[in-house]
Write a protein that binds this ligand. Structure first.
Ligand code: OOG
Ligand code: NI
Length: 466
């Protein structure tokens, strides 16, 4: 088969995220309402800010601004995780970053499967935050063995998904008909099952150990638990949710509202209680309920360097020592005030952030730079000072462990706080995954460095062409 008859991985990912969106809106109507609210707030924000509109027009497609940027699943076994990695690879999604959530009382560790490289991100930035359950953190050995046995029996991928993934690996891609079939088959893995794999008693025991364990072990597959569109004004969507009949979580996770957005801000509406049935001993079904699925929104800012990230972590920690956000929202205002005060120490202009080496930037030639020829190389700061080179923030494409924990917690119910001994185990995670995760800092540094080289080369090429 000729290579050019393959569908590009970016297109398979786009088709997949569009199909997920349709499915999730049908399954969780409140999510459709959230999407409408996000689209409205984004339209209002663009209408009120011509500069923002112009900048976005130049860098991304405006008609897709309110589309999903990520979703999340929770897997039960190493075999599921490594197969999931192979499935995502067909869609051009690779594991970036390692997140240990044990410190936050959630017995999972995670990575984000996402497109890597500027071109692929621009085509469609859809990512899936993927967690693997850590039964090793469960004290009750009997229950752990039972949960393992249940998980061992289930098959979360259709046989066609496996066959098509192997075909893509063997041939180097999928043709149009296969790609379409692949998307439809993979969707099955993410679908909701209202019939549990277990009886009500087992569900209760799993649930008593941790709600998240019940969510992973009790069902046929790793139902998508949320999707997340992008908003241009997260504070406004958070404030408007109740008016639309949606209950938001208590606070927005991440940095406070700022002029120069950094990293990632996110919030969600609380998971809904849904009817499910459990296996009865007499072969019938017994009705009950399960709470897992929600909707989330995100607003992204600049990717921070290790130095910027450690400042972020320190300031977040400082403000949380003063006020820890309560799940019922009773101290939300105090938390916001403490957060804003702590982040007064984080520079809030692009020039200062750049000078202090806190963030990653993409460099390009100015109009003047494009007309200029230079003999020899100059350093970057001189080129900027001379008005030949300008810089734009590189967007953060990853996640934040404290924020992710806040999202998990708000959807596990208010009584679910539980302590685990912190035990990050990236090596174990990578062994289960079958590859090492990519390092996000290397990725941003690479994009920045390539943009600098591009400018320097263009300036001397202009010379050579004379
Ligand atoms: C994942 C929660 C983390 C995010 O955006 O940080 C997450 C989950 O609840 O499974 O999606
Ligand atoms: Ni999320």
């Amino acid at each position: 088969m000729k290579e050019n008859s393959f569908v590009c991985a970016d297109d398979i990912r786009s088709a997949f995220s569009a199909a997920m969106s349709v499915m999730y809106r049908e399954e969780v109507p409140a999510y459709g309402t959230l999407m409408e609210l996000v689209a409205k707030v984004n339209a209002d924000t663009l209408a009120a800010d011509a500069t923002l509109k112009g900048r976005l027009e130049a860098t991304c497609s405006l008609d897709r601004i309110s589309e999903e940027r990520h979703g999340a699943i929770r897997l039960g076994t190493p075999a599921e995780l490594s197969m999931m990695r192979r499935v995502f690879a067909v869609m051009g999604m690779y594991p970036v970053g390692y997140y240990d959530l044990s410190t936050a009382g959630v017995p999972v560790h995670s990575t984000a499967f996402r497109p890597v490289g500027e071109a692929a991100l621009k085509r469609n930035p859809f990512r899936v935050f993927t967690s693997l359950l850590r039964l090793d953190l469960i004290a009750d050995e009997t229950l752990r063995a039972e949960a393992e046995a249940i998980l061992r029996e289930r098959r979360i991928f259709t046989s066609d998904t496996i066959e098509l993934t192997e075909k893509a690996e063997r041939d180097g891609g999928l043709d149009t008909a296969d790609a379409e079939r692949f998307v439809a088959e993979v969707l099955e893995t993410f679908r909701w099952h209202d019939r549990a794999n277990v009886g009500a008693d087992m569900y209760k025991r799993l649930h008593d150990a941790h709600r998240l364990i019940a969510d992973v072990v009790s069902f046929k597959g790793p139902h998508i638990n949320h999707l997340t569109p992008r908003t241009l004004d997260i504070d406004k969507v958070q404030a408007l949710m109740p008016e639309y009949g949606i209950a938001p979580k208590a606070v927005v996770e991440g940095p406070p509202t700022r002029k120069c957005a950094i990293l990632l801000r996110q919030t969600s509406f609380k998971a809904l209680e849904e009817a499910v049935c459990f296996r009865d001993t007499d072969g019938g079904w017994k009705t009950g309920s399960h709470t897992a699925r929600f909707g989330e929104i995100e607003q992204r800012g600049i990717a921070l360097t290790p130095k910027g990230r450690s400042l972020y972590d320190r300031l977040l920690d400082e403000s949380r020592k003063i006020v820890r956000p309560a799940a019922d929202g009773s101290n939300a205002k105090q938390y916001e005030a403490a957060l804003a005060r702590a982040f007064g120490a984080f520079p809030d202009s692009w020039a200062e952030i750049r000078e202090a080496g806190l963030g990653y930037f993409s460099y390009s030639l100015t109009e003047k730079g494009r007309r200029t020829k230079l003999a020899g190389r100059r350093d970057l700061d001189t080129l900027i000072a001379d008005g030949l080179v300008e810089f734009d923030p590189i967007v953060y494409e990853d996640f934040l462990p404290v924020s992710a924990a806040g999202i998990f917690q708000s959807n596990l119910g208010d009584g679910a706080q539980q302590e685990f001994v912190a035990s990050p185990n990236q090596k174990r995670f990578e062994a289960d995954l079958g590859v090492a995760v990519l390092n996000e800092f290397d990725h941003y540094a690479g994009i920045e460095q390539a943009s600098i080289e591009g400018c320097l080369q263009a300036l001397s090429a202009a010379m050579a062409a004379e």
